[in-house]
Design a protein around this ligand. Structure first.
Ligand code: RB5
Length: 154
């Protein structure tokens, strides 16, 4: 799986540490760092949401991990993008169930909320999960897509 990572200044330290730790494990996933480097304290989380969401939309990545200070702004911004299903998950159950039931494709984390060990477990739970494809879950995700399509018509 190709997994893109991006973060604003509030999330860059956690994003960088996640990449270091995940790369050290030499797992099966291709990890793509889309920045930022945290050097600009005035950078804005929507810009990183667009960068990461765009990579998924262009099929340059399969899933994303987007980090800001709380994870909230990142999830609000990324979920505005067509085909992006983003959520803040600060526990492992939500991280895997979000994929299994809701086809979550962008995991959002708060770099000021979770420390590296918990964040790693959350990311592993997220990357290890697959969409269940059960009819009731497909139906619900299809209804989410219908909301998106209706919004485009307005
Ligand atoms: C940046 O200071 C902070 O507001 C942002 O990273 C994020 O937490 C927004 O939800």
């Amino acid at each position: 799986m190709r997994v893109a990572f991006a973060a604003d200044h509030g999330g860059a330290a956690l994003k960088d540490e996640l990449l270091v730790r995940l790369r050290a494990q030499a797992g099966p996933d291709e990890l793509i760092d889309l920045g930022g480097d945290g050097s600009d304290p005035t950078d804005d989380y929507p810009d990183f949401a667009v960068r990461l969401g765009g990579a998924i939309q262009r099929n340059e990545a399969d899933r994303g991990v987007l980090v800001c200070g709380s994870g909230v702004g990142a999830s609000v911004a990324a979920s505005k993008m067509t085909g992006i299903r983003a959520a803040v998950c600060h526990d492992t159950y939500s991280a895997h169930q979000g994929v299994e039931h809701d086809d979550l494709n962008v995991l959002c984390l708060g770099g000021r909320i979770v420390a590296i060990e918990l964040a790693l477990e959350i990311v592993r739970a997220y990357l290890g999960a697959t969409f269940s494809n059960l009819p009731r879950h497909r139906r619900r995700v299809d209804k989410v897509r219908a909301i998106e399509a209706a919004e485009r018509q307005r």
